[in-house]
Design a protein around this ligand. Structure first.
Ligand SMILES: CSCCC(=O)C(=O)COP(=O)(O)O
Ligand SMILES: [Mg+2]
Length: 237
């Protein structure tokens, strides 16, 4: 499958990396630490706002206590709801875990060689994940293959770009990168994200990996691969 593009935009969970690792290792790390992280960072405006948003999005009263807030956050984690306030708190906590050497990231074996190849070909590589930027950067920094951040030009999350299911988020990213939609190739495991990116004029490829949650999803007419090795992307002049 050959494409020409200027930018390759990468989803993380289910695409570059195993969902089982995110929902296992990372979520297991965050779950017992959420309460004390919020309590210890009660003066951080990002945490104050994430707690307020959790109360609002979780259907709690404005003065609901910390136990009720943590119960909502744990419920979202149990069903992998990618709510922005959860991602903000998780992101801070995981960044600390990576910095302390208590967490490492995971990439499928086919991913890193292709990222290096595409970078060498002159393609710009960009991350767009529901995980907050605070967690995306250490995710790329603490890989078993070494520090991958020199390969990644920019990072977008739902705060900076908007929901991954909204067309406007992809328009915003292309505009921030100074490219046309068609200059951009998006790789993700979620059909709703492919639909939104394609509606913004982006080139898209569905990544359908055996054992991943969206393996049996309906990818419609979108091109689909099971490995980055099947993606041949060249830099557009
Ligand atoms: C950056 S590691 C944490 C990933 C995460 O929390 C997440 O929700 C990933 O979702 P994605 O949009 O990459 O499928
Ligand atoms: Mg994903």
């Amino acid at each position: 499958m050959t494409h020409t593009a200027r930018v390759v935009v990468l989803d993380i969970e289910g695409t570059t990396s195993a969902a089982g690792f995110v929902q296992g290792d990372l979520y297991d790390y965050a779950r017992p630490r959420l309460r004390s992280w919020i309590a210890d960072h009660a003066d951080d405006p990002a945490i104050v706002s994430a707690v307020a948003d959790t109360r609002a999005e979780g259907g709690l009263a404005d003065d609901a206590d910390l136990d009720a807030v943590v119960a909502v956050l744990h419920g979202w984690m149990d069903t992998d709801v990618k709510a922005t306030p959860l991602k903000t708190i998780q992101g801070q906590l995981w960044a600390a875990g990576f910095a302390a050497g208590e967490l490492r990231s995971h990439f499928f074996a086919d991913v890193v060689p292709r990222l290096r190849e595409w970078h060498e070909r002159g393609l710009r590589l960009v991350s767009f994940s529901s995980g907050s930027i605070a967690s995306q950067v250490p995710w790329y920094r603490h890989a078993d293959a070494g520090d991958l951040t020199p390969l990644i030009e920019d990072y977008f999350d739902t705060v900076k770009a908007g929901s991954k299911r909204e067309v406007s988020s992809y328009e915003k990213i292309a505009s921030a990168l100074g490219v046309a939609g068609d200059d951009t190739l998006f790789l993700t495991d979620l059909p709703a994200e492919l639909d939104a990116a394609a509606a913004a004029g982006w080139q898209v490829i569905g990544v359908r990996r055996e054992g991943e949650p969206n393996y049996a999803a309906d990818f419609g007419d979108h091109p689909v691969v099971s490995s980055f090795d099947e993606v041949d992307v060249r830099a557009r002049a």
